[in-house]
Design a protein around this ligand. Structure first.
Ligand SMILES: Nc1ncnc2c1ncn2[C@@H]1O[C@H](COP(=O)(O)OP(=O)(O)OP(=O)(O)O)[C@@H](O)[C@H]1O
Length: 363
C-alpha cells in the first residue's frame, strides 16, 4: 500500500520526470533546493495540475491517468500551504467546522475536540481570523485540514512564512499532529531542522527528479548528505524519555543505553502533565561527539556510550567523519580531526567509547 506517482511533464524550460513510490505511513519529506519541482509534484498528487502527463494512485486506487483525473475533494487530501488561506468572513471555529461538515460521518476518524487539543486551538475558537498571528493562522490551517480526517496530508513548506520564534513554537504541534493522527504525510521543505524533527522517510529532489525514498536513519549515514550542508553532520536517535528531576532533566533510553539529557522549557510546556514519552528523538551533532579508547572516569562529560567504528570518511577540510554503531544498532556520527584519528589508531570494527557533549530532544 503506497502512493505511486509517475510524471513526465515539460513546462516551459522545466521538466519534471520521475517514477516513485512513497510510503503510505509516517512523514515523507521532499527535500531539495528552490525550483527543483517539489511544489509541482505536490500539486500533481493533489490533482491541481490536470494538464500534467502523470499517473497517480493511492493505496491501490487510481487518482490520475490518461483517461482519469479524480478531483481534489474526492482524493480525501488535507492541504496546507505556506500562507494559510482561511475563510476571512468566518471565525476560527467556523473555519474549522467547515471541513468537518463537508466530511461524511462514516469518514470522520478524528474528533474536533481532539484536534483542538493537539493544536492548542481551544482559546482561539472565538477569534476572527484577522486577529491571529502567522503561527496561529498556520495552526488553524492545519486543524482545518485535519477536520476532514484526510487519508493523506500534503504540507507545502507550512512554516516557511513564519519567523524563527513562531516556527519554534509551532513545530512541536506539527510533530505531535503527524505522529498522533497517524495520517500519512508528504512534507515539502528546505529545512533540515524540520526533516530531523518530523520525517520518517526522505526523498531528495533535484532538477525535476527525485532520488529513491529512504528512511531518515539511512539518509543520515551518508557523509555527503545535503542535510549536513548548513550545520554539519548530525545523528538522530530514537528512544524513550522520562523526566526525572527539576529543570527538565531526564533520561533518554533505548534497549541498550541511557543518556542524561535536559528538555527545553517549550518541550516541558507542550508536554505538561506527562513524565514519560515513547518514540522520541534525540539530535546529536557530530561535532559534539568525542571518542575514547577506554571508558574515562575522570571527565565532566556525563554520557558515555559503548560503540563500534563502522565507517571512516575523510573530508576536504582535514576532518574525519567517524560512523559509530551503538549497542542497539543505531548510528552515531562523530567528527574528529585526522590527527586525532591517527593518534588513536582508529580503524573499522574497533570498539570505542563515544562521549556525547551535548544533545537536544526534538519532540
Ligand atoms: N505556472 C508555471 N509556469 C511555468 N513554469 C513554472 C510555473 N510554476 C513553476 N514553474 C517552474 O517550475 C519549476 C519548479 O517549480 P516548483 O515551484 O515546483 O519548485 P520548488 O522546488 O517547489 O521551489 P521552491 O522551493 O522555491 O518553492 C521552477 O523552475 C519554476 O520556475
Amino acid at each position: 500500500m503506497s502512493l505511486n506517482v509517475s510524471v513526465n511533464w515539460q513546462r516551459d524550460a522545466f521538466c519534471l520526470q520521475l517514477a516513485q513510490s512513497f510510503p503510505s505511513k509516517g512523514v515523507t519529506a521532499l527535500y531539495g533546493p528552490s525550483g527543483c519541482g517539489k511544489t509541482s509534484l505536490l500539486r500533481i498528487v493533489a490533482g491541481l495540475e490536470r494538464g500534467a502527463m502523470s499517473n497517480v494512485s493511492f493505496n491501490g486506487v487510481d487518482w490520475q491517468n490518461e483517461s482519469l483525473c479524480v478531483p481534489l475533494e474526492k482524493r480525501r487530501i488535507g492541504l496546507v500551504f505556506q500562507e494559510a488561506s482561511l475563510l476571512p468572513h468566518l471565525d476560527v471555529r467556523a473555519n474549522l467546522e467547515y471541513g468537518w461538515r463537508r466530511t461524511k460521518p462514516a469518514q470522520r476518524r478524528l474528533a474536533p475536540e481532539e484536534i483542538y487539543r493537539m493544536l492548542a486551538l481551544e482559546s482561539l475558537l472565538q477569534h476572527r481570523t484577522d486577529q491571529l498571528s502567522g503561527g496561529q493562522r498556520q495552526r488553524v490551517a492545519l486543524g482545518r485540514a485535519l477536520m476532514t480526517s484526510p487519508d493523506l496530508l500534503l504540507l507545502d513548506e507550512p512554516l516557511a512564512a513564519l519567523d524563527a520564534v513562531a516556527k519554534r513554537q509551532i513545530l512541536p504541534y506539527l510533530a505531535r499532529v503527524v505522529r498522533d493522527t497517524e495520517t500519512p504525510t508528504l512534507l515539502v521543505t528546505h529545512s533540515t531542522d524540520e526533516v530531523l524533527r518530523l520525517a520518517d522517510h526522505i526523498g531528495f529532489m533535484e532538477n525535476g527528479s527525485v532520488a529513491p525514498v529512504v528512511r531518515l536513519a539511512e539518509a543520515l549515514q551518508d557523509p555527503s548528505s545535503p542535510l549536513f550542508a548548513d550545520e554539519g553532520a548530525v545523528s538522530v536517535l530514537q528512544g524513550q524519555f522520562v523526566i526525572e528531576g527539576n529543570g527538565g532533566w531526564g533520561m533518554f533510553s533505548t534497549t541498550s543505553y541511557h543518556l542524561h539529557v535536559r528538555s527545553s522549557p517549550e518541550y516541558m510546556s507542550l508536554h505538561s502533565g506527562s513524565t514519560a514519552f515513547q518514540n522520541h528523538r534525540l539530535q546529536i551533532y557530530a561535532r559534539d561527539v568525542s571518542i575514547a579508547l577506554t571508558d574515562p572516569t575522570q571527565i565532566s562529560i556525563q554520557n558515555h556510550l559503548a560503540a563500534k567504528i563502522s565507517g571512516l570518511t575523510e573530508k576536504d577540510d582535514g576532518l574525519v567523519l567517524v560512523r559509530l554503531t551503538l549497542a542497539d544498532g543505531q548510528l552515531l556520527m562523530a567528527e574528529l580531526t585526522s590527527a586525532s584519528v591517527s593518534r588513536l589508531g582508529l580503524i573499522l570494527g574497533m570498539p570505542v567509547w563515544a562521549l556525547v557533549k551535548s544533545a537536544a530532544l526534538l519532540q
